[in-house]
Write a protein that binds this ligand. Structure first.
Ligand code: ZN
Length: 357
């Protein structure tokens, strides 16, 4: 392979290739259109965006993590050479019905081995099939949550999806229909980029009430639970606490901040609150076991309940549940992925972290 193929093309070069539908750029970039929230192959036959409305990524995974969904016309998730027919069918089904959840049981019912589907997605795109579906649903719902944008507004001019499809998706993610939300209390939502990937943050007037990686397991459940607890609707819009959060997170990731002062809003049971408060007392650069945590909250025999409450923490990093590890020093579970837990602990121990690939 000539060396030039290894060099990422510039945005200007990508745009020229996109306009020319240049097939030699297939596999070298993904074009994502900000106005529609859709990403395409370089050769997509659909209409072309203005340069200021398009951004380019190296892979479909990056576009998914940044909130985009695959184009139905050019199916950028299909492999360039040969996509197995069963994968093609699944991609088409999800394009038609983005809110449908295809479980392992559904796959078996279609005569497919879940492991085979999982392997294909992992090999082609570096994510699991379930993570792909989740990102797809969330991205569809979030695209339509732009501040001040009505449900029927501009985003639908693309003809890529129906209004009812959007409403289903919104309900699947947020638990309420979009039109009902107007009079309710509002939870503001934003996306932010970190060295460990894109995160979602939610805030009320009181403070930050959610901070999670977008590919976290159970993210939709968390969002629905939060909206229900606060009797509020989640709207993608600004909140005064976001600026402080961005600033403090940037300092944290640069190794220049050990504690956060941005206000937090943590609705939960008294027991959960006690567990979360205790997490906040684990000093930067140190770790505790679940047993030590149970002892610290005065419930030495309730190790499992303490671990469960840890897992329900909605404020990744800010409430440092990553500082709890197994009694044997093993990292144990982390909803954001063990590699992130390891990275955070190394950062806090003053280790040399490099940006993950
Ligand atoms: Zn396309």
């Amino acid at each position: 392979m000539p060396a030039i193929d290894l060099i990422a093309p510039t945005a200007a070069e990508c745009y020229r290739a996109l306009v020319a539908k240049d097939a030699t750029y297939e596999g070298r970039f993904i074009a994502a259109v900000k106005t529609t929230g859709i990403f395409c192959r370089p050769t997509c036959p659909a209409r072309k965006p203005k340069p200021q409305n398009v951004e380019f990524f190296a892979t479909p995974k990056e576009a998914l993590l940044r909130g985009y969904r695959p184009c139905k016309v050019c199916t950028p998730l299909a492999a360039r050479d040969a996509t197995p027919p069963f994968i093609q069918e699944l991609l088409e089904l999800l394009a038609r019905q983005p809110t449908v959840k295809i479980t392992d049981a559904d796959l078996r019912q279609r005569g497919l081995e879940p492991a085979t589907v999982r392997r294909w997605f992992r090999r082609q795109h570096g994510i699991t099939f379930q993570a792909y579906q989740r990102l797809n649903r969330i991205n569809l719902a979030f695209k339509k949550l732009q501040s001040g944008e009505t449900v029927t507004a501009t985003a639908f001019d693309s003809g890529y999806e129906s209004l009812s499809g959007f409403q289903d998706s919104f309900k699947a993610v947020f638990g309420v229909a979009p039109t009902r939300g107007r009079q309710q209390q509002v939870i503001n939502l934003t996306r932010l980029e970190t060295p460990l990937g894109t995160m979602l943050a939610c805030a009320t007037e009181q403070g930050i009430c959610l901070l999670e990686f977008t590919d976290r397991r159970m993210l939709e459940t968390e969002l629905r639970d939060l909206a229900r607890r606060l009797g509020a609707t989640i709207v993608q819009s600004d909140n005064p606490h976001f600026a402080q959060l961005r600033q403090e997170l940037a300092e944290y990731f640069a190794g220049r901040r050990q504690a956060f002062s941005v206000p937090l809003h943590m609705p939960g049971t008294a027991f959960q609150q006690a567990v979360w408060q205790e997490l906040g007392r684990i000093a930067y650069g140190t770790t505790r076991s679940y047993g030590q945590q149970a002892l610290a909250v005065g419930r030495p025999t309730a190790v499992r309940a303490v671990a469960a409450a840890n897992g329900l923490n909605r404020l990744a990093i800010l409430v440092p549940c990553h500082r709890v590890i197994g009694a044997d020093g093993q990292l144990t579970g982390y909803a954001g992925g063990l590699w992130r837990k390891k990275w955070l602990l190394e950062l806090e121990q003053g280790g040399q972290n490099s940006a993950p690939a």
